[in-house]
Unconditional design. Structure first.
Ligand code: PLP
Length: 447
C-alpha cells in the first residue's frame, strides 16, 4: 500500500491532470488524494472526510458508494462486457437505455446516439446537425452559434464551441464553424436575444446550422437565464429555421429540479446532449437525443453508412449502469428532492448575503447554486484578480472539509455548488454554515 507522500510523488511524476494548474501541481502536489466515498461524503487517504458539494464534477447525482451500480456493472460485465453496435449489430442494454431516455426526454426527442462523454456528445451533435442539413439540401448550413461563458467540452469542435477563450487558446486547433454571442448574464433577455439575431443576420441565416446553449451555464458560473429567455430563443430559431441544441450535460438527470433543465421554461430543443448524471459518473457515458423529424430525415434520406461512431457508442456495461442509475433517480424521487433542497440552499445563501458584506448575487436552480464574492454588493464592484477572492474561499472551505469549485473567468469570483441529489436538509445547512465561516475568514484576510 502506497503512503500519501509516495502517492503524491508518483502523481507529480507521471499523472498529467486534466484542466489543472500544472506548475502549481508540481510545486505543491495534490491537495487531497481521495480514496473512498459514501453518500455526499468523500474520504482522502489520510482518513479526512469532505462534503462533496460539487458532486465531484457536477456528475455524481445519486451520491457515492452506491452498491447497486457496482452490481449492475458486475452483472453486465460477467454476461457481456462489450459488444459492437456498429453496422447491423445491437445489444439489449443499449436498446433498453435508448428506450428509457426517449421515455424521460421531453416531447418528440426519441432517438439516441451514444458516446462516452459530454465533449464527444457535442461534437456528435454538430456533425449530425450538419449532416441533417446536407441531407435536406442545405449544405451551406455549417455554422453554429454558441454563447460567451459557455462550456461545451474539449474535443476539436466542442473546444471551439466553448465560450471561455482560455480553452480555445490552449491547443490552437481552430475549427472555424463557431461564433459566440452574449449570454444573459447581467443583461436583459432582449439584449441577449438581439445579440443572437444580429449574429444570424451578420453571418447569413442560410449558413447557420444550429444555436447551442446550456440551460444553466455551469462552468461559466451557474448562470441561470431570465424567465423568458429560452422561449424567445426558441421563437428566434423557428423564425430562421435554425436547430436548437440544448447541452444538458450538467443540467440533465434531475440536477436543476426537473429531469432536464430546459423543462423549466417549457421549451423543447431539436437535439439534446447529455453525459455526467446519466451514470452519476460511475462509468463514462454520454449521448445525443434527436427529435423524430431529424431522425426521420437521417433514416429516409441517407443513402449509405452514417460515417460517425465511437467504439464505445452504446457500451453495454455503461448502458446497464445508466439504466440502474435512472431507476435510482426515479425510485428515490431525486428530482423532487433536488427541487425541495433548492429552497433550503437558497435560504442559507440569502442569510450569508445578509450577514457578510462581500457577498453579491446568490442563486439556485434545483441543486445548482452560486454565491458571488464582490467588493461592493451595492454596485457589484469586483475584487481585482490579484486578491484571488474566490480561490481563497475554496481553500477556506477545503480546510473546513467542503469541496466545491470557483469560477474566476472574466473577472468574476463565483463559488459554485452542485451537491449530490440525495442530500438532506441537515446536510445542506451544514454546507451553508461552513461556507458562512469560510467567507467570514476570507473577508477578514482581504479587507
Ligand atoms: N458540456 C457541459 C455543459 C459540461 O459542463 C461539460 C463538462 O463539464 C461538457 C460538455 C464536456 O463533458 P466531458 O468532460 O464529459 O467531455
Amino acid at each position: 500500500m502506497n503512503n500519501k507522500n509516495n502517492l503524491i510523488d508518483l502523481d507529480k511524476k507521471h499523472f498529467i491532470h486534466p484542466t489543472s494548474p500544472i506548475k502549481q501541481q508540481q510545486e505543491q502536489g495534490a491537495k487531497s488524494v481521495i480514496a473512498e466515498g459514501e453518500g455526499i461524503y468523500l474520504k482522502d487517504v489520510d482518513g479526512k472526510t469532505f462534503i462533496d458539494a460539487i458532486s465531484s464534477l457536477w456528475n455524481v447525482n445519486v451520491g457515492h458508494g452506491r452498491k447497486e451500480l457496482a452490481y449492475a456493472a458486475q452483472e453486465q460485465m460477467s454476461k457481456l462486457a462489450f459488444s459492437s453496435a456498429f453496422s447491423t449489430f445491437s445489444h439489449e442494454p443499449a436498446i433498453l437505455l435508448a428506450e428509457k431516455i426517449a421515455e424521460i426526454a421531453p416531447d418528440d426527442l426519441n432517438a439516441v446516439f451514444f458516446t462516452s462523454g459530454g465533449s464527444e456528445s457535442n461534437d456528435s451533435a454538430f456533425k449530425l446537425a450538419h449532416h441533417y442539413w446536407k441531407l435536406k439540401g442545405e449544405p451551406k448550413r455549417h455554422k453554429f452559434i454558441a454563447r460567451k461563458k459557455a462550456y461545451h467540452g474539449v474535443a476539436a469542435a466542442s473546444t471551439n464551441a466553448t465560450g471561455i477563450s482560455e480553452f480555445r487558446e490552449m491547443g490552437g486547433l481552430h475549427v472555424s464553424n463557431f461564433v459566440h454571442v452574449e449570454t444573459p448574464y447581467e443583461i436583459s433577455t432582449s439584449e441577449a436575444v438581439a445579440s443572437i439575431r444580429d449574429m444570424i443576420e451578420r453571418e447569413g441565416p442560410e449558413t447557420i446550422a444550429a444555436f447551442l446553449a446550456e440551460p444553466v451555464q455551469g462552468a461559466g458560473g451557474v448562470i441561470i437565464p431570465p424567465r423568458d429567455y429560452f422561449q424567445e430563443v426558441r421563437k428566434l430559431c423557428d423564425e430562421y429555421g435554425i436547430l436548437f441544441i440544448a447541452d444538458e450535460v450538467i443540467t440533465g438527470f434531475g440536477r436543476t429540479g426537473k429531469m432536464f433543465g430546459l423543462e423549466h421554461w417549457q421549451v423543447t430543443p431539436d437535439m439534446m446532449t447529455f453525459a455526467k448524471g446519466v451514470t452519476s459518473g460511475y462509468i463514462p457515458l454520454g449521448g445525443v437525443v434527436v427529435s423524430d423529424s431529424i431522425h426521420q430525415v437521417l433514416k429516409e434520406r441517407s443513402t449509405g453508412t452514417l460515417f460517425h461512431g465511437f467504439t464505445y457508442s452504446g457500451h453495454p456495461t455503461a448502458a446497464a449502469v445508466a439504466l440502474k442509475n435512472i431507476e435510482i433517480i426515479e425510485n428515490e424521487q431525486l428530482v423532487q428532492n433536488s427541487q425541495a433542497m433548492c429552497k433550503v440552499l437558497l435560504k442559507g445563501f440569502q442569510k450569508i448575503k445578509e450577514d457578510i458584506d462581500i457577498v453579491g448575487d446568490v442563486r439556485t436552480l434545483g441543486l445548482l447554486g452560486a454565491v458571488e464574492i464582490v467588493k461592493n454588493p451595492e454596485t457589484n464592484e469586483r475584487f481585482s484578480s490579484e486578491v484571488n477572492a474566490a480561490p481563497k474561499v475554496i481553500d477556506a472551505l477545503h480546510e473546513r472539509g467542503v469541496i466545491c469549485r470557483s469560477v474566476t473567468f472574466g473577472g468574476t469570483d463565483i463559488i459554485c455548488f452542485a451537491p449530490p441529489l440525495t442530500i438532506n436538509e441537515a446536510q445542506v445547512n451544514d454546507i451553508v454554515e461552513r461556507l458562512h465561516d469560510a467567507i467570514t475568514e476570507v473577508r477578514e484576510a482581504i479587507l
